[in-house]
Design a protein around this ligand. Sequence first.
Ligand SMILES: *Cc1c(COP(=O)(O)O)cnc(C)c1O
Length: 418
Amino acid sequence: MADTGIDHNGFNVSSKKRSGSDDQWDREDFIAAKKAMKPMIREDPAAALSNARHEFGEHGGVNMSIEASATFTVMEPETMRRMFSGELGPDRDFFIYSRHFNPTVLNLGRLMASLEGTEAAYCTASGMSAISSVLLQLCSSGGHVVASNTLDHEMVREAITEGKTKVLYFESMSNPTLTVANVPELCRIAHDKGVLVVVDNTFAPTVLSPARLGADVVVHSISKYISGGADIIAGAICGPASLVNAMMDLHQGALMLLGPTMNPKVAFELSERIPHLSLRMKEHCNRALVYATRMKKLGLKVIYPGLEDHPDHFILKSLANKDYGYGGILCVDMETEERANRLMNLLQNCTQFGFMAVSLGYYETLMSCSGSSTSSELNAEEKALAGISPGLVRMSIGYSGTLEQKWSQLEKALSRLK
Ligand SMILES: *Cc1c(COP(=O)(O)O)cnc(C)c1O
Protein backbone atom coordinates (compact mmCIF):
# COMPACT_ATOMS: atom_id res chain seq x y z
CA MET A 1 0.00 0.00 0.00
CA ALA A 2 1.36 3.39 -0.95
CA ASP A 3 2.53 5.72 1.74
CA THR A 4 1.34 9.17 0.73
CA GLY A 5 3.41 10.83 3.50
CA ILE A 6 3.56 14.35 2.08
CA ASP A 7 4.25 15.61 5.56
CA HIS A 8 6.81 14.12 7.89
CA ASN A 9 5.03 15.70 10.82
CA GLY A 10 1.82 13.76 10.46
CA PHE A 11 -0.11 14.75 7.37
CA ASN A 12 -3.83 14.39 7.69
CA VAL A 13 -7.04 15.63 6.12
CA SER A 14 -8.68 16.54 9.34
CA SER A 15 -11.76 18.70 9.01
CA LYS A 16 -11.10 20.14 12.44
CA LYS A 17 -13.31 23.16 13.01
CA ARG A 18 -11.45 26.42 12.82
CA SER A 19 -11.01 28.71 15.77
CA GLY A 20 -13.32 31.68 16.32
CA SER A 21 -11.06 34.15 14.50
CA ASP A 22 -11.93 35.12 10.93
CA ASP A 23 -8.55 33.86 9.91
CA GLN A 24 -8.96 30.76 7.80
CA TRP A 25 -5.56 29.46 8.71
CA ASP A 26 -3.34 29.79 11.70
CA ARG A 27 -0.96 32.36 10.29
CA GLU A 28 0.33 33.66 13.66
CA ASP A 29 1.61 30.25 14.69
CA PHE A 30 3.15 29.76 11.32
CA ILE A 31 4.92 33.10 11.19
CA ALA A 32 6.22 32.67 14.74
CA ALA A 33 7.63 29.26 13.80
CA LYS A 34 9.11 30.76 10.65
CA LYS A 35 10.91 33.56 12.50
CA ALA A 36 12.45 31.08 14.92
CA MET A 37 13.70 28.89 12.08
CA LYS A 38 17.35 28.78 11.12
CA PRO A 39 18.06 29.72 7.50
CA MET A 40 17.60 26.64 5.35
CA ILE A 41 20.48 24.93 3.65
CA ARG A 42 20.50 25.54 -0.08
CA GLU A 43 19.86 22.15 -1.53
CA ASP A 44 20.21 21.58 -5.27
CA PRO A 45 16.64 21.12 -6.61
CA ALA A 46 17.78 18.14 -8.71
CA ALA A 47 19.16 16.44 -5.59
CA ALA A 48 15.95 17.17 -3.68
CA LEU A 49 13.88 15.69 -6.51
CA SER A 50 15.94 12.55 -6.62
CA ASN A 51 15.40 12.09 -2.87
CA ALA A 52 11.62 12.14 -3.33
CA ARG A 53 9.97 8.74 -2.98
CA HIS A 54 9.71 6.87 -6.28
CA GLU A 55 6.26 5.48 -6.95
CA PHE A 56 6.19 2.16 -8.83
CA GLY A 57 3.31 0.79 -10.91
CA GLU A 58 0.78 -1.65 -9.57
CA HIS A 59 2.48 -4.56 -11.42
CA GLY A 60 6.04 -3.51 -10.67
CA GLY A 61 6.23 -1.05 -13.54
CA VAL A 62 9.04 1.50 -13.28
CA ASN A 63 6.39 4.16 -13.75
CA MET A 64 3.51 4.56 -11.36
CA SER A 65 0.01 3.49 -12.28
CA ILE A 66 -2.58 6.13 -13.06
CA GLU A 67 -5.43 6.20 -10.58
CA ALA A 68 -8.08 7.24 -13.07
CA SER A 69 -11.04 6.93 -10.72
CA ALA A 70 -13.34 9.77 -9.79
CA THR A 71 -14.56 7.91 -6.73
CA PHE A 72 -13.17 5.29 -4.34
CA THR A 73 -14.83 2.32 -2.69
CA VAL A 74 -14.58 1.18 0.93
CA MET A 75 -14.70 -2.29 2.47
CA GLU A 76 -16.98 -1.40 5.39
CA PRO A 77 -19.69 1.27 5.65
CA GLU A 78 -18.10 2.65 8.83
CA THR A 79 -14.94 3.63 6.91
CA MET A 80 -16.86 6.36 5.04
CA ARG A 81 -17.76 8.15 8.26
CA ARG A 82 -14.19 7.85 9.52
CA MET A 83 -12.85 9.36 6.28
CA PHE A 84 -15.27 12.29 6.44
CA SER A 85 -14.39 12.96 10.06
CA GLY A 86 -10.73 13.22 9.06
CA GLU A 87 -9.65 10.15 10.99
CA LEU A 88 -8.61 8.25 7.85
CA GLY A 89 -6.89 10.11 5.05
CA PRO A 90 -4.51 9.85 2.11
CA ASP A 91 -1.53 9.38 4.46
CA ARG A 92 -2.99 5.91 5.11
CA ASP A 93 -4.15 5.44 1.54
CA PHE A 94 -7.78 6.30 2.13
CA PHE A 95 -9.27 8.33 -0.68
CA ILE A 96 -12.82 9.65 -1.06
CA TYR A 97 -13.37 11.45 -4.35
CA SER A 98 -10.94 12.91 -6.90
CA ARG A 99 -11.95 16.57 -6.46
CA HIS A 100 -10.45 15.93 -3.04
CA PHE A 101 -7.10 14.05 -2.96
CA ASN A 102 -6.30 11.71 -5.85
CA PRO A 103 -3.20 9.46 -5.52
CA THR A 104 -1.72 10.34 -8.92
CA VAL A 105 -2.22 14.08 -8.44
CA LEU A 106 -0.87 13.75 -4.90
CA ASN A 107 2.27 12.10 -6.26
CA LEU A 108 2.87 15.05 -8.60
CA GLY A 109 2.29 17.32 -5.61
CA ARG A 110 4.99 15.44 -3.74
CA LEU A 111 7.44 16.08 -6.60
CA MET A 112 6.52 19.77 -6.65
CA ALA A 113 7.08 19.97 -2.88
CA SER A 114 10.55 18.42 -3.32
CA LEU A 115 11.35 20.77 -6.18
CA GLU A 116 10.47 23.85 -4.11
CA GLY A 117 11.63 22.54 -0.74
CA THR A 118 8.21 22.89 0.91
CA GLU A 119 6.48 20.48 3.25
CA ALA A 120 3.62 19.79 0.84
CA ALA A 121 2.10 20.80 -2.48
CA TYR A 122 -1.02 20.15 -4.47
CA CYS A 123 -1.67 20.64 -8.16
CA THR A 124 -4.48 22.43 -9.94
CA ALA A 125 -6.00 22.74 -13.40
CA SER A 126 -4.16 25.99 -14.20
CA GLY A 127 -1.65 28.45 -12.81
CA MET A 128 -4.39 31.06 -12.38
CA SER A 129 -6.55 28.69 -10.35
CA ALA A 130 -3.58 27.93 -8.08
CA ILE A 131 -3.09 31.68 -7.52
CA SER A 132 -6.77 32.56 -7.04
CA SER A 133 -7.48 29.66 -4.68
CA VAL A 134 -4.50 30.35 -2.46
CA LEU A 135 -5.42 34.03 -2.20
CA LEU A 136 -9.04 33.16 -1.40
CA GLN A 137 -7.85 30.69 1.22
CA LEU A 138 -5.53 33.19 2.91
CA CYS A 139 -7.79 36.26 2.78
CA SER A 140 -11.12 36.33 4.50
CA SER A 141 -13.64 39.05 3.65
CA GLY A 142 -11.98 42.49 3.75
CA GLY A 143 -8.45 41.09 3.76
CA HIS A 144 -5.77 42.99 1.81
CA VAL A 145 -3.29 41.66 -0.71
CA VAL A 146 -0.24 43.80 -1.48
CA ALA A 147 1.01 43.06 -4.98
CA SER A 148 3.13 45.15 -7.30
CA ASN A 149 5.31 44.89 -10.35
CA THR A 150 7.69 47.46 -8.88
CA LEU A 151 9.31 45.97 -5.83
CA ASP A 152 10.43 49.13 -4.13
CA HIS A 153 10.87 47.97 -0.54
CA GLU A 154 9.82 51.28 1.01
CA MET A 155 6.62 51.31 -1.07
CA VAL A 156 5.86 47.72 -0.08
CA ARG A 157 6.35 48.61 3.60
CA GLU A 158 4.00 51.61 3.25
CA ALA A 159 1.37 49.58 1.39
CA ILE A 160 1.04 47.03 4.19
CA THR A 161 -1.71 47.82 6.72
CA GLU A 162 -0.96 45.82 9.83
CA GLY A 163 -3.87 43.58 10.77
CA LYS A 164 -5.64 44.09 7.46
CA THR A 165 -3.01 42.98 4.96
CA LYS A 166 -2.89 39.20 4.79
CA VAL A 167 -0.63 38.51 1.85
CA LEU A 168 2.35 40.02 0.06
CA TYR A 169 2.35 38.62 -3.47
CA PHE A 170 5.09 38.96 -6.08
CA GLU A 171 6.91 37.14 -8.87
CA SER A 172 10.41 35.84 -8.15
CA MET A 173 11.43 37.04 -11.62
CA SER A 174 8.92 39.37 -13.16
CA ASN A 175 7.28 39.46 -16.55
CA PRO A 176 8.56 40.85 -18.86
CA THR A 177 11.34 43.08 -17.51
CA LEU A 178 12.99 40.25 -15.53
CA THR A 179 13.19 42.19 -12.30
CA VAL A 180 14.48 39.87 -9.59
CA ALA A 181 12.78 40.03 -6.21
CA ASN A 182 14.96 40.29 -3.12
CA VAL A 183 12.97 37.44 -1.56
CA PRO A 184 14.69 37.37 1.87
CA GLU A 185 14.34 41.12 2.37
CA LEU A 186 10.70 41.24 1.20
CA CYS A 187 9.91 38.29 3.50
CA ARG A 188 11.48 40.12 6.41
CA ILE A 189 9.32 43.19 5.75
CA ALA A 190 6.15 41.08 5.45
CA HIS A 191 6.79 38.73 8.38
CA ASP A 192 7.58 41.62 10.71
CA LYS A 193 4.01 42.81 10.11
CA GLY A 194 2.38 39.39 10.33
CA VAL A 195 1.90 39.14 6.57
CA LEU A 196 2.35 35.93 4.61
CA VAL A 197 4.45 35.85 1.45
CA VAL A 198 3.22 34.13 -1.71
CA VAL A 199 5.74 34.00 -4.59
CA ASP A 200 5.02 33.12 -8.22
CA ASN A 201 8.11 31.18 -9.35
CA THR A 202 6.86 30.35 -12.88
CA PHE A 203 9.77 32.15 -14.59
CA ALA A 204 12.52 30.52 -12.55
CA PRO A 205 11.92 26.92 -11.42
CA THR A 206 15.23 25.32 -10.24
CA VAL A 207 16.99 28.70 -10.73
CA LEU A 208 15.34 30.24 -7.66
CA SER A 209 13.85 28.44 -4.66
CA PRO A 210 11.72 31.13 -2.97
CA ALA A 211 10.59 28.90 -0.08
CA ARG A 212 14.23 28.24 0.84
CA LEU A 213 14.71 32.02 0.80
CA GLY A 214 11.88 32.62 3.26
CA ALA A 215 8.61 32.63 1.27
CA ASP A 216 5.63 30.87 2.86
CA VAL A 217 3.95 29.72 -0.33
CA VAL A 218 5.25 29.22 -3.87
CA VAL A 219 2.81 29.07 -6.77
CA HIS A 220 3.51 27.86 -10.27
CA SER A 221 2.04 27.87 -13.69
CA ILE A 222 3.15 24.34 -14.59
CA SER A 223 2.02 25.18 -18.15
CA LYS A 224 5.43 26.77 -18.78
CA TYR A 225 8.89 25.34 -17.94
CA ILE A 226 7.72 22.48 -15.73
CA SER A 227 5.55 21.02 -18.49
CA GLY A 228 8.00 22.08 -21.19
CA GLY A 229 5.75 20.80 -23.95
CA ALA A 230 3.37 23.76 -24.45
CA ASP A 231 0.56 21.20 -24.51
CA ILE A 232 -0.89 21.32 -20.97
CA ILE A 233 -2.40 24.00 -18.73
CA ALA A 234 -1.70 23.27 -15.05
CA GLY A 235 -0.67 24.87 -11.76
CA ALA A 236 0.61 24.12 -8.28
CA ILE A 237 0.55 25.48 -4.75
CA CYS A 238 3.63 24.57 -2.68
CA GLY A 239 3.66 25.39 1.02
CA PRO A 240 3.24 24.13 4.57
CA ALA A 241 1.26 20.89 4.99
CA SER A 242 -1.17 22.73 7.27
CA LEU A 243 -2.03 25.12 4.44
CA VAL A 244 -2.40 22.40 1.80
CA ASN A 245 -4.59 20.43 4.19
CA ALA A 246 -6.71 23.49 4.98
CA MET A 247 -7.17 24.13 1.24
CA MET A 248 -8.35 20.54 0.84
CA ASP A 249 -10.61 20.60 3.90
CA LEU A 250 -13.75 18.69 2.95
CA HIS A 251 -16.08 21.32 4.34
CA GLN A 252 -14.23 24.63 3.98
CA GLY A 253 -11.14 24.24 1.79
CA ALA A 254 -10.75 26.61 -1.18
CA LEU A 255 -9.38 23.89 -3.48
CA MET A 256 -11.94 21.31 -2.43
CA LEU A 257 -14.90 23.70 -2.73
CA LEU A 258 -13.91 25.79 -5.76
CA GLY A 259 -12.83 22.68 -7.64
CA PRO A 260 -9.99 23.62 -10.02
CA THR A 261 -9.11 19.93 -10.10
CA MET A 262 -6.25 18.42 -12.07
CA ASN A 263 -7.02 15.29 -14.08
CA PRO A 264 -4.89 12.31 -12.88
CA LYS A 265 -3.95 11.48 -16.49
CA VAL A 266 -2.48 14.98 -16.79
CA ALA A 267 -0.73 14.55 -13.41
CA PHE A 268 0.88 11.34 -14.64
CA GLU A 269 2.05 12.99 -17.87
CA LEU A 270 3.60 15.88 -15.95
CA SER A 271 5.28 13.68 -13.35
CA GLU A 272 7.20 11.99 -16.21
CA ARG A 273 8.64 15.37 -17.25
CA ILE A 274 9.84 16.63 -13.89
CA PRO A 275 12.94 14.35 -13.79
CA HIS A 276 14.41 16.20 -16.79
CA LEU A 277 13.34 19.69 -15.71
CA SER A 278 16.78 20.54 -14.31
CA LEU A 279 18.55 19.44 -17.52
CA ARG A 280 16.15 21.48 -19.63
CA MET A 281 16.47 24.54 -17.39
CA LYS A 282 20.27 24.44 -17.57
CA GLU A 283 20.19 24.47 -21.36
CA HIS A 284 17.49 27.18 -21.57
CA CYS A 285 19.64 29.31 -19.25
CA ASN A 286 22.93 28.50 -20.97
CA ARG A 287 21.64 29.54 -24.39
CA ALA A 288 19.87 32.64 -23.07
CA LEU A 289 23.14 33.83 -21.51
CA VAL A 290 25.17 33.16 -24.68
CA TYR A 291 22.65 34.90 -26.96
CA ALA A 292 22.18 37.85 -24.57
CA THR A 293 25.96 38.34 -24.34
CA ARG A 294 26.43 38.17 -28.13
CA MET A 295 23.40 40.41 -28.87
CA LYS A 296 24.74 43.02 -26.49
CA LYS A 297 28.11 42.88 -28.26
CA LEU A 298 26.26 43.60 -31.52
CA GLY A 299 25.01 46.83 -29.89
CA LEU A 300 21.45 45.72 -29.16
CA LYS A 301 19.57 46.83 -26.07
CA VAL A 302 19.24 43.53 -24.23
CA ILE A 303 17.53 42.95 -20.90
CA TYR A 304 18.84 39.80 -19.24
CA PRO A 305 19.60 39.35 -15.53
CA GLY A 306 22.64 37.25 -16.39
CA LEU A 307 24.35 40.36 -17.78
CA GLU A 308 26.23 42.55 -15.34
CA ASP A 309 24.47 45.67 -16.60
CA HIS A 310 21.08 44.35 -15.47
CA PRO A 311 20.08 46.21 -12.28
CA ASP A 312 19.32 42.92 -10.49
CA HIS A 313 22.29 40.87 -11.71
CA PHE A 314 24.09 40.76 -8.39
CA ILE A 315 21.01 40.07 -6.29
CA LEU A 316 20.11 37.19 -8.63
CA LYS A 317 23.64 35.87 -8.42
CA SER A 318 23.45 35.86 -4.63
CA LEU A 319 20.03 34.18 -4.47
CA ALA A 320 20.17 31.70 -7.36
CA ASN A 321 20.85 27.99 -6.97
CA LYS A 322 24.36 27.09 -8.05
CA ASP A 323 25.02 26.04 -11.67
CA TYR A 324 21.53 26.69 -13.05
CA GLY A 325 22.24 30.06 -14.61
CA TYR A 326 20.12 33.19 -14.80
CA GLY A 327 16.87 32.14 -16.40
CA GLY A 328 15.81 31.23 -19.91
CA ILE A 329 14.10 34.46 -20.90
CA LEU A 330 15.64 37.55 -22.39
CA CYS A 331 14.17 40.73 -23.80
CA VAL A 332 15.46 42.88 -26.61
CA ASP A 333 14.26 46.44 -26.93
CA MET A 334 13.74 47.28 -30.62
CA GLU A 335 12.47 50.80 -29.67
CA THR A 336 9.32 50.70 -31.83
CA GLU A 337 6.59 48.13 -32.28
CA GLU A 338 7.17 48.30 -36.02
CA ARG A 339 10.83 47.24 -35.70
CA ALA A 340 9.90 44.60 -33.12
CA ASN A 341 7.36 43.12 -35.51
CA ARG A 342 9.80 43.18 -38.44
CA LEU A 343 12.38 41.32 -36.35
CA MET A 344 9.92 38.67 -35.16
CA ASN A 345 8.61 38.22 -38.70
CA LEU A 346 12.15 37.62 -40.00
CA LEU A 347 12.99 35.28 -37.12
CA GLN A 348 9.93 33.12 -37.69
CA ASN A 349 9.27 33.34 -41.42
CA CYS A 350 12.78 33.74 -42.92
CA THR A 351 15.35 32.18 -40.62
CA GLN A 352 13.27 29.72 -38.52
CA PHE A 353 14.78 30.91 -35.23
CA GLY A 354 11.50 30.65 -33.31
CA PHE A 355 7.75 31.09 -33.21
CA MET A 356 5.63 34.15 -32.59
CA ALA A 357 3.61 32.96 -29.62
CA VAL A 358 2.99 33.90 -26.02
CA SER A 359 3.98 31.59 -23.15
CA LEU A 360 7.41 30.26 -22.25
CA GLY A 361 9.41 27.19 -21.39
CA TYR A 362 8.91 25.38 -24.69
CA TYR A 363 11.81 23.58 -26.43
CA GLU A 364 11.45 25.96 -29.39
CA THR A 365 12.05 29.68 -28.89
CA LEU A 366 8.82 31.65 -28.39
CA MET A 367 8.70 35.39 -29.08
CA SER A 368 6.13 38.05 -28.33
CA CYS A 369 5.99 41.83 -28.22
CA SER A 370 4.94 42.32 -24.59
CA GLY A 371 3.38 45.79 -24.93
CA SER A 372 0.85 44.63 -27.51
CA SER A 373 0.32 41.11 -26.13
CA THR A 374 0.79 39.78 -22.60
CA SER A 375 1.03 43.25 -21.01
CA SER A 376 -1.58 44.92 -23.26
CA GLU A 377 -3.91 45.46 -20.27
CA LEU A 378 -1.60 48.25 -19.06
CA ASN A 379 -2.03 51.82 -20.38
CA ALA A 380 0.91 53.77 -21.86
CA GLU A 381 1.82 55.35 -18.55
CA GLU A 382 1.72 52.04 -16.66
CA LYS A 383 3.85 50.40 -19.33
CA ALA A 384 6.42 53.18 -19.10
CA LEU A 385 6.48 52.81 -15.31
CA ALA A 386 6.95 49.05 -15.60
CA GLY A 387 9.76 49.58 -18.13
CA ILE A 388 7.86 48.02 -21.03
CA SER A 389 8.84 49.86 -24.20
CA PRO A 390 6.54 49.46 -27.24
CA GLY A 391 9.36 47.64 -29.05
CA LEU A 392 10.16 45.17 -26.29
CA VAL A 393 10.41 41.62 -27.64
CA ARG A 394 10.33 38.88 -25.01
CA MET A 395 12.09 35.68 -26.04
CA SER A 396 11.75 32.40 -24.20
CA ILE A 397 14.91 30.74 -25.49
CA GLY A 398 14.47 27.14 -26.62
CA TYR A 399 17.02 24.35 -26.77
CA SER A 400 16.14 22.64 -30.05
CA GLY A 401 18.87 22.34 -32.69
CA THR A 402 22.40 23.37 -31.84
CA LEU A 403 23.37 26.58 -30.12
CA GLU A 404 25.47 27.78 -33.09
CA GLN A 405 22.86 26.80 -35.70
CA LYS A 406 20.23 28.83 -33.84
CA TRP A 407 22.64 31.74 -33.27
CA SER A 408 23.34 31.98 -36.99
CA GLN A 409 19.57 32.17 -37.63
CA LEU A 410 19.28 34.98 -35.11
CA GLU A 411 22.29 36.81 -36.58
CA LYS A 412 20.94 36.48 -40.12
CA ALA A 413 17.58 38.00 -39.15
CA LEU A 414 19.34 40.86 -37.35
CA SER A 415 21.54 41.64 -40.32
CA ARG A 416 18.53 41.69 -42.67
CA LEU A 417 16.79 44.14 -40.40
CA LYS A 418 19.36 46.87 -41.02
C1 LIG B 1 1.36 31.84 -17.42
C2 LIG B 1 1.54 32.46 -16.10
C3 LIG B 1 0.51 32.41 -15.13
C4 LIG B 1 -0.82 31.78 -15.42
O1 LIG B 1 -0.76 30.40 -15.54
P1 LIG B 1 -1.78 29.51 -16.42
O2 LIG B 1 -1.23 28.14 -16.28
O3 LIG B 1 -1.76 30.05 -17.81
O4 LIG B 1 -3.14 29.68 -15.78
C5 LIG B 1 0.78 32.96 -13.89
N1 LIG B 1 1.96 33.55 -13.60
C6 LIG B 1 2.95 33.64 -14.52
C7 LIG B 1 4.24 34.30 -14.14
C8 LIG B 1 2.78 33.09 -15.78
O5 LIG B 1 3.78 33.18 -16.68
